[in-house]
Write a protein that binds this ligand. Structure first.
Ligand code: FES
Length: 151
């Protein structure tokens, strides 16, 4: 049912843990199953130099978070915002359709942590100032504001 890569990242997840003094921290929940994930990012000069996560989630959530953190390390914030849950699932050689929603948790956690980083830098987000649950509109806003900020 699961690819070898999924099993590998589930059995030996990369980047589990916390980052002290993280530049961005995001926490999201999966409405479908109630699982939650926390993501920590260390960002230097707009580049994600470290990423760690903690999750109370299923194996597919662990595997996708593990792969997602590997994929965003070394990328700019802008590039990381473009990584979709589908891209993460593809990097794992696919997920069973019923587990695709689990990969959304990883994508949303990254976006939420980036939104937090933006907020810490004093860039106002075009939302109510509450937790960014990383719906696509908010993420686009974050993206746009980052572009403006770095222009
Ligand atoms: Fe909850 Fe997979 S069942 S994240």
């Amino acid at each position: 049912m699961y690819s070898e890569k999924v099993m590998d990242h589930f059995m030996n997840p990369r980047n589990v843990g916390e980052i002290e003094n993280a530049d961005g921290v995001g926490e999201v929940g999966n409405a479908k199953c109630g699982d939650i994930m926390k993501m920590y990012l260390k960002i230097d000069n707009g580049v994600i130099v470290d990423a760690k996560f903690k999750t109370f989630g299923c194996g597919a959530a662990v595997a996708t978070s593990s792969m997602a953190t590997e994929m965003i390390k070394g990328k700019t914030v802008e590039e990381a915002l473009k990584i979709t849950n589908k891209a993460v699932a593809e990097a794992l050689d696919g997920l069973p359709p019923v587990k695709m929603h689990c990969s959304v948790l990883a994508e949303e956690a990254i976006k939420s942590a980036i939104a937090d980083y933006m907020k810490n830098r004093g860039i106002s987000l075009d939302n109510d100032g509450g937790d960014c649950n990383a719906c696509s509109r908010r993420c686009e806003d974050v993206h746009e504001q980052f572009d403006e900020d770095s222009a």
